[in-house]
Design a protein around this ligand. Structure first.
Ligand code: V47
Length: 403
């Protein structure tokens, strides 16, 4: 399929433009107030202001600059140019149907072998019941991801999704990482394309960004050597986009990767986005070491977390959105990230397992009102979005999506 066709396909979805009355030009800082004592950043700033693409070396320099405030200033400049003062959130619910996983990734504290203590697999009724819990705020999105179960057939997942759609027809279903799709395809002896087509027909509307980790082979061998490799992750995303599915993209940082690995990851995402235009949001994910095989590694610091957001915003000039996932970076850092390049903090979540198994101390979920307060206190204008970044309007316990 031709790239231009894909651009047309995705142009039909208003992914970035939400009419809230915010005047983008008014909120933009003047480029003349940019200051730095890092000469390398001065030349990068010239490129940013001229809307020129940043190079691999620029990316490495952004990671190594001691002037984090200047890096953040530039990212914020781009963010305000794209979104003004708007900051997005959504009312969503995570569901993890199983934690049984054949992969045994060293990065992960969530997956269990089938007979290990704590292993679970939800019966379909149980998963549908779980979806209804926390529905009082009228969720607009179910986010479903799980382990690579050795025995569950594709039919289980098709029934799971069609059952959810039947019960909650208005809710967008964002489900299955590229890793899960590739695993299901192999198990079912189907192609990736056929697998996505079947899931789409059952009701999957888009795909989350997980499983990307770091694309570099050297790192992948250490942190997740049983998963598909970087090229396979990108190829699965390419096929999903060709089939009209939007997806997100993540990058797991703060383990054994170096600055060059991070920049390589960002540039490979940027190249695929040039081709398909199918990514919606970039989400940097901080590695949480507790209960993993890499628990000797220290946790990331606030500055490292903030820098990933800023570098992501500056390097990924063709991504509309950068998400500071509050569950992963804490609400406090996510709030600061809204001034360092992020325009989204994710949603209510309700129940989170992947980070909490790995030692996250954030709450399981957040109420809509608290997300609004977080954003407002950061001096931004909160806009509730659906998964496709369309404005959501609420009336009591129901919602409508602006199209
Ligand atoms: O794929 C696993 C990561 C991801 C650990 O698309 C870990 O909107 C840190 O992808 N420490 C799942 N990270 C979460 C994810 C996600 C989250 C929120 C929103 C979206 C979206 C996607 O979590 C996994 C893996 O990359 N992960 N274990 C860990 N110990």
């Amino acid at each position: 399929m031709q790239a231009c066709f894909l651009f047309e396909l995705f142009a039909a979805v208003p992914s970035t433009i939400i009419r809230t009355g915010a005047n983008v030009e008014e909120t933009r800082k003047s480029r003349h107030s940019f200051q730095t004592d890092d000469p390398r950043l001065s030349s990068i700033a010239e490129k940013v202001f001229a809307e020129q693409r940043l190079s691999f070396d620029d990316g490495v320099a952004l990671y190594r600059s001691a002037d984090i405030l200047a890096v953040g200033w530039l990212a914020n400049w781009v963010r305000e140019k794209m979104h003004g003062d708007i900051a997005y959130f959504n009312v969503n619910r995570h569901i993890n149907p199983t934690n049984v996983c054949v992969a045994a990734c060293r990065l992960c504290a969530f997956g269990r072998k089938k007979d290990a203590p704590g292993a679970y697999t939800m019966a379909l009724e149980e998963a549908w019941q779980r979806a209804a819990e926390g529905y009082s705020e009228a969720v607009t999105e179910f986010h479903l991801v799980g382990g690579l179960h050795p025995d569950l057939q594709l039919e289980y997942f098709l029934d799971l999704i069609s059952g959810l759609k039947q019960r909650f027809p208005k809710v967008h279903i964002k489900a299955f990482t590229m890793v899960e799709i590739a695993f299901l395809a192999k198990r079912s002896k189907l192609t990736i394309r056929e697998t996505i087509e079947k899931l789409k027909a059952a009701g999957v509307d888009s795909m989350p960004g997980g499983g990307a980790e770091i694309f570099a082979d050297r790192v992948r061998h250490i942190i997740c050597d049983h998963k598909i490799d970087g090229d396979e992750w990108l190829e699965t995303a390419r096929i999903a986009h060709q089939l009209g599915m939007r997806s997100n993209a993540t990058m797991l940082y703060g383990h054994v990767e170096n600055d060059e690995d991070r920049v390589d990851h960002l540039l490979r995402l940027r190249a695929l986005q040039d081709e398909t235009g199918g990514f919606q949001t970039f989400i940097p994910l901080a590695f949480h070491p507790d209960n993993t095989a890499l628990d000797h590694l220290p946790r990331t610091t606030g500055l490292t977390d903030i820098r990933q957001i800023a570098v992501g915003r500056l390097m990924l000039d063709n991504f509309a959105h950068i998400k500071a996932y509050w569950q992963m970076m804490t609400a406090k850092i996510a709030q600061i990230a809204l001034r360092f390049g992020a325009d989204d903090i994710d949603g209510t979540v309700v129940e989170e397992k992947i980070y909490h198994d790995a030692g996250a101390e954030t709450p399981q979920g957040m109420r809509r009102v608290d997300l609004v307060r977080l954003i407002t206190e950061a001096g931004r204008v909160p806009v509730e979005r659906d998964t496709l970044y369309r404005a959501v309007e609420r009336s009591g316990d129901t919602f409508t999506v602006a199209v």
